[in-house]
Write a protein that binds this ligand. Structure first.
Ligand code: C2E
Ligand code: CA
Ligand code: CA
Ligand code: CA
Length: 277
């Protein structure tokens, strides 16, 4: 583990034994990061592919580490999931997203903000009440938030996930299936989930211009979503051509570097005011 720790990309490797000394010190570091204000909320816009209007933004967390600089989520989220610390982290992201929503509204921009949840969050029976209390404290209605959940997080314990998702949906939160196509959810199950949106994984979107199979997967996902009455978002939209293809396929929304990379929340409203499709 000591060796892994030196190689940058493995810093907070999920393969670390959760009970080890090193793991405990990483956990301490993460806890101090949350309590000491080292987490940063980044926002990435999602646009309506027909009008080009920005209708929502995804909240993506980064850790501004005093020595290591800006640490990307893949270097600490898996570790946080493994240790259960993700619940505190998600609570921070929800509260920060609610504040960002309110600040945008104060400047005349009404958007929906998407927040990523993990398996551990879904297994927490009190999650719906906790999230609702946290955003209502900021004066934000549940319908302003969309919760993104991966297929694998749902399939971990489908019955329990379904019960949490039903509560969230009844409260008015929007729900989205993230990374669609990469997990193992059965279509029969999908039909029963109270979701509003499917998000096509970026691996298919980024490859669809050169690989016919990926293009077919994107096309059939758009059809499937629409047949089930769901809206569909493509992530990994990196080129104008991808935008055109997706629009022609009837995909509703897009998110990706062609529109903007995720940016610090403080820049977001300024970016929004200058955005011209
Ligand atoms: P994700 O939920 O699938 O988020 C989309 C990722 O794709 C983000 O990476 C985003 O920066 C990246 N992306 C967006 N557009 C493009 C594009 O056009 N091209 C390419 N190559 N990439 C694009 P990021 O921010 O590094 O986040 C990685 C993952 O970390 C997320 O994947 C999500 O699973 C997790 N994550 C991030 N923030 C949170 C959080 O607050 N809570 C939880 N539970 N997970 C988070
Ligand atoms: Ca996501
Ligand atoms: Ca995704
Ligand atoms: Ca992903």
């Amino acid at each position: 583990a000591a060796k892994q720790r030196q190689s940058g990309s493995q810093l907070y490797s999920p393969s670390l034994d959760a009970g080890s000394q090193e793991s405990l010190s990483l956990l301490g570091e993460l806890r101090r990061a949350v309590e000491g204000g080292q987490l940063r909320l980044f926002l990435q816009p999602k646009v309506d592919l027909r009008s080009g209007q920005v209708i929502s933004a995804e909240a993506l967390v980064r850790w501004e580490h005093p020595q290591r600089g800006l640490v990307p989520p893949m270097q600490f989220i898996p570790f946080a999931e493994q240790t259960g610390f993700i619940r505190q982290l998600s609570a921070w992201v929800v509260a920060a997203s609610a504040r960002a929503w309110r600040q945008a509204r104060e400047r005349g921009q009404v958007l929906r903000i998407s927040v990523n949840l993990s398996t551990r969050d879904l297994m927490d029976q009190d999650l719906p009440l906790k999230i609702r209390a946290a955003i209502e404290a900021e004066g934000v209605p549940p319908s302003a938030l969309c919760l993104e959940i991966t297929e694998s997080a749902i399939m971990d314990d489908p019955a329990r996930a379904l019960s949490t998702l039903e509560q969230l949906s009844a409260m008015g939160f929007k729900l989205s299936i993230d990374d669609f196509g990469t997990g193992y959810s059965s279509l029969a199950y999908l039909k029963r989930l109270p979701v509003d949106e499917l998000k096509i994984d970026k691996s298919f979107v980024m490859a669809m211009e050169r690989d016919l199979d990926d293009a077919k997967i994107v096309r059939s996902t758009v059809e499937l979503a629409h047949n089930l009455g769901l809206s569909v978002v493509a992530e990994g939209l990196e080129t104008l051509r991808a935008w055109q293809i997706l629009a022609r396929l009837g995909c509703d929304e897009g998110q990706g570097y062609f529109i903007s990379k995720p940016m610090p929340e403080a820049q977001f409203v300024d970016w929004l005011e200058q955005w011209k499709p």
